[in-house]
Design a protein around this ligand. Structure first.
Ligand SMILES: N[C@@H](CCC[C@H](N)C(=O)O)C(=O)O
Length: 268
């Protein structure tokens, strides 16, 4: 079965986007994992499937490179808005999203963050501003759900953290029944944060839009920075705007790399 796909990225966090609004496409966990494989498939951090929606311009389904379907992806949301053009609404497992493209920049509204321990979700009750837990030098994280679950460690220097070793340990810790995205952040000043992310179901990525949102929200909530704040990831900067009781707004680039066709039956 031949399908057309778009290769896109947001600050290096890359996607295979299949537009299945006109003709349904079946994606299984095995097929998503095979498509995402960088050696034998097309290669991407996330596979994005666009379907028809009765309540929005499109329904966005997100599959991590390990094949698991998840609720939210900030960088992919910007890419999908730029693909749909102008101002677009998107239905997702994480909630209703809305965004606008202005040149190569896309601004998206990701809804309100959740802080309750069972909304993260955590295995048991604790204060999500500073949780009394730690993994080696990473201690007292905050947790925020921005459609998907994030834990955030504020550290003096992000590059000094062995995230490739600690990321998988934290992602799969029983404290996080849905697993978790792991963020390590350094606050440079009241307008700037540096961030590295170990993504659930993927590993280290060049950028994570929801990670930037969760980190900015945790830092604003802790009084460490002011909104809007620039969050700089290895792939580049995102601007995050948030105040309590308001939705999170993220602005950054969306890049279309190429459009091609592939035979889906190759991938199981
Ligand atoms: N790259 C994404 C996040 C993708 C989903 C995440 N790995 C999860 O499992 O929740 C982003 O830009 O937000």
């Amino acid at each position: 079965m031949q399908v057309r796909f778009h290769k896109m990225h947001g600050l290096g966090n890359d996607f295979v986007v299949i537009d299945a609004r006109a003709a349904p496409v079946e994606i299984t966990e095995r097929r998503a994992r095979a498509l995402a494989d960088r050696k034998t498939g097309v290669g991407c951090d996330q596979l994005i499937l666009l379907e028809r929606s009765d309540i929005a311009d499109a329904r966005m389904r997100i599959f991590n490179a390990d094949g698991g379907e998840v609720e939210a992806c900030g960088n992919a949301t910007r890419c999908v808005v730029s693909l749909l053009g102008g101002t677009a609404t998107i239905e997702s497992l994480g909630g209703m999203l809305e965004g606008t493209s202005i040149g190569d920049q896309v601004s998206v509204d990701l809804g309100e963050p959740r802080f309750e321990w069972d909304a993260i979700p955590l295995a048991y009750a604790m204060d999500t501003r500073a949780m009394p837990v730690g993994w080696e030098e990473l201690e007292s994280p905050a947790a925020v759900n921005v459609g998907n679950p994030h834990v955030i460690f504020f550290v003096p220097e992000t590059d000094a953290v062995p995230l490739d070793r600690l990321g998988p340990l934290i992602e799969t810790d029983p404290l996080f029944p849905a697993r978790i995205n792991v963020n390590v952040a350094s606050v440079d000043d009241r307008g700037n944060i540096r961030l590295r992310v170990w993504e659930r179901g993927v590993g280290l990525t060049d950028a994570c839009g929801t990670g930037a949102c969760a980190t900015a929200v945790a830092a604003i909530r802790a009084g460490l920075v002011d909104s809007p704040v620039t969050v700089t990831l290895p792939g580049g900067p995102l601007t995050i705007d948030w105040a309590p009781g308001r939705p999170i707004r993220m602005t950054g680039p969306a890049t279309h790399v190429f459009t091609a066709e592939t035979d889906l039956s190759r991938f199981g």
